[in-house]
Design a protein around this ligand. Structure first.
Ligand SMILES: Cc1cc2nc3c(=O)[nH]c(=O)nc-3n(C[C@H](O)[C@H](O)[C@H](O)COP(=O)(O)O)c2cc1C
Ligand SMILES: Nc1ncnc2c1ncn2[C@@H]1O[C@H](COP(=O)(O)OP(=O)(O)OP(=O)(O)O)[C@@H](O)[C@H]1O
Ligand SMILES: [Mg+2]
Length: 534
């Protein structure tokens, strides 16, 4: 079979291993089910094109076995690959055409279904005894979460086995195969499309753009941003030149929900100018009081300095369920969640497992992350067998940062900073903010202005005027607390140790100063004194 020969001739050991494994999955399926009980779900996309040729190879092997074992050798004729295509009026015409031409070229017995997937499969199963369907689903596809190579259809779907022979193939593997086998693929992939959905949600991948005024640098940014449809002046390189497979879906426009936008991250609330972040620090040693949490404090200040409100900062034990419950809850109510601690090769490092559980996905080995870790961790790092290189499947993006040896792990609106020391977290955070300015991962704006006033007046005297002024300044937050005598004494310029501290916080510096003047005016001169910035 020419496909087997081409893969062999390519000399690409990795491709050969993936090919062999996929053929084995196909072979096991054809041994389990009769030919007429199996269908191939083909849509002209690159993954299903790979699968088509794997099936051609796999069917040839199975036919051979049948012929050899058949008594009536002459009667054994080739079985066409039973194929289903869900046609849609929103499909690219190029995809439609390629699907039909390919079916003709390879003599596929194709059934065109003009219904949605579920209803179409229900109708199909009523008529035909299909028990298994081959799909080109790969890990990293949004719908791959929780699937294995053999995955029974989900609850609520008619019963059949989903067979995913290329589940563990990477973007690189797909192109290595298509190019090595020199098989035709849809021409949209030569025009910069790297993953194809409908005409309404797919544009060429901006990482492959060669704009008319820049033809030199390509594929250097990790830009997954929503781009407007291609300008006609822009040219795109072919899909197989995309070096970073994580950007495969960068040309897929994401569904924008009411409050959350790109990457699941919320837009600034109109008129309110406030984003809410949650911080989670994982470590039993902090809960035992052995170690003081400096990271939470650093991140709170850092978020505040870019205009974010921190609505929760929690310290959690190294326990999967505690982490997953907190992530699940905080990711829902916050714009972003920052997590540090509990990531590493030790048995108690379960932060990523907790994140995976919160989002209902499994942890899967990630070859690219293993590569990222190999350099900083040195020769003792044993690659993807090491649990450190496992990431929540299908929802993770690695953010490579300038001047940082390890990436930040982004799972939807949750960012895991590998740290673990406050210095390392600080370095990662600063680079993340820079990257965010380019990619709009989260909003970076002007920080808050804070004025702190110190007084020895008793709380009861302060309370009345303070609540009145509070009403006059809805855009300023008034806080009131006492610092320990000790910490006030060590702070330079502290006056009135042991007294009350009033803090006035707001985005508009002028308004904060105005509120401070109003407070001064409400009490006898000299009752309040301003503290230096803390
Ligand atoms: C043959 C076939 C079988 C499918 N089986 C399931 C299933 O069992 N459970 C499910 O949730 N979705 C199933 N789907 C739907 C896919 O998971 C996914 O929603 C679909 O490929 C649409 O992806 P898109 O929204 O990116 O276009 C199936 C789709 C096809 C074509
Ligand atoms: N309209 C469809 N008809 C039949 N099968 C489909 C259809 N849409 C998706 N599938 C099945 O789901 C698989 C996964 O779809 P997915 O979009 O991830 O990959 P693809 O379309 O092959 O390639 P690409 O990622 O480049 O779009 C396909 O390989 C195919 O088996
Ligand atoms: Mg597709």
């Amino acid at each position: 079979m020419e496909i087997c020969r081409e893969v062999l001739d390519s000399g690409d050991k990795r491709l050969q291993a993936k090919f062999k494994h996929a053929l084995n999955v196909i072979d096991r399926t054809l041994a389990l089910y009769k030919f007429e009980e199996v269908a191939f779900s083909f849509n002209g996309g690159k993954d299903s094109t790979v699968l088509l040729h794997l099936l051609r190879a796999g069917y040839a092997v199975a036919e051979e076995r049948l012929v050899v074992s058949s008594v009536e050798v002459k009667a054994a004729k080739p079985h066409p690959i039973r194929t289903i295509y869900f046609e849609s009026s929103y499909a690219f015409p190029e995809i439609d055409l390629f699907t039909l031409e390919t079916a003709k070229l390879y003599n596929l017995e194709m059934e065109i279904i003009r219904l949605d997937f579920k209803t179409g499969i229900e109708a199909l199963l009523r008529e035909k005894p299909i028990k298994a369907i081959f799909l080109g689903t790969r890990i990293g596809d949004p719908n791959a979460a929780g699937q294995e190579e053999f995955a029974p259809s989900s609850a609520g779907w008619p019963p059949f086995m989903r067979v995913n022979p290329i589940l563990n193939w990477s973007y690189r593997d797909v192109w290595a195969f298509l190019l090595a086998c020199k098989v035709p693929y849809c021409k949209l992939y030569d025009q910069g499309y790297t993953s194809i959905g409908s005409i309404h949600d797919t544009v060429p991948n901006c990482a492959l753009c060669v704009s008319s005024d820049d033809t030199s640098t390509l594929d250097t940014s990790l830009d997954g941003e929503l781009e407007e449809p291609a300008q006609s002046k822009d040219k795109y390189r072919p899909a197989y030149l995309l070096r970073d497979g994580r950007l495969e879906r960068a040309g897929r426009l994401k569904k924008v929900s009411k409050s959350k936008s790109e990457n699941g991250i919320a837009s600034e609330l109109p008129g309110q100018n406030l984003f809410a972040a949650s911080i989670m620090v994982v470590g039993d040693e902090i809960l035992r009081g052995e170690v003081e949490d400096q990271v939470g404090k650093y991140l709170s200040k850092a978020l505040y300095s870019i205009g974010w409100a921190v609505t929760r900062c929690t310290v959690l034990p190294n326990d999967i369920d505690s982490i997953s419950e907190e992530v699940e809850q905080r990711a829902r109510v916050s714009d972003i969640v920052l997590i540090t601690g509990g990531v590493g090769p030790i048995h108690s490092d379960v932060t990523l497992a907790g994140v995976a559980k919160a989002f209902g996905v499994r942890l899967a080995s990630d070859e690219e992350f293993a590569e990222d870790l190999r350099q900083p961790l040195g020769p003792n790092f044993s690659g993807d067998q090491n649990k450190m290189a496992k990431l929540p499947e299908g929802i993770t993006e690695l953010l490579h940062l300038q001047d940082c040896s390890v990436p930040v792990i982004k799972c939807r609106n949750v960012f895991v900073l590998l740290g673990p020391t406050v210095e390392e977290v600080a370095e990662q955070w600063k680079s993340l903010v820079e990257l965010s300015k380019e990619r709009k991962l989260f909003h970076v704006s002007q920080g808050f202005t804070c004025v702190r006033l110190c007084t020895s007046l008793p709380d009861v005297e302060i309370a009345g005027p303070l609540s009145e002024i509070d009403l006059d300044f809805p855009d300023v937050t008034f806080g009131c607390y006492r610092e320990s005598l000790q910490s006030q004494l060590v702070k330079k310029g502290a006056q009135s140790p042991g007294g009350l501290i009033l803090s006035l916080v707001g985005k508009n510096g002028r308004r904060v100063a105005c509120a401070a003047r109003a407070l001064h005016a409400a009490f006898a001169p000299g009752s309040l004194s301003e503290l230096p910035e803390g």
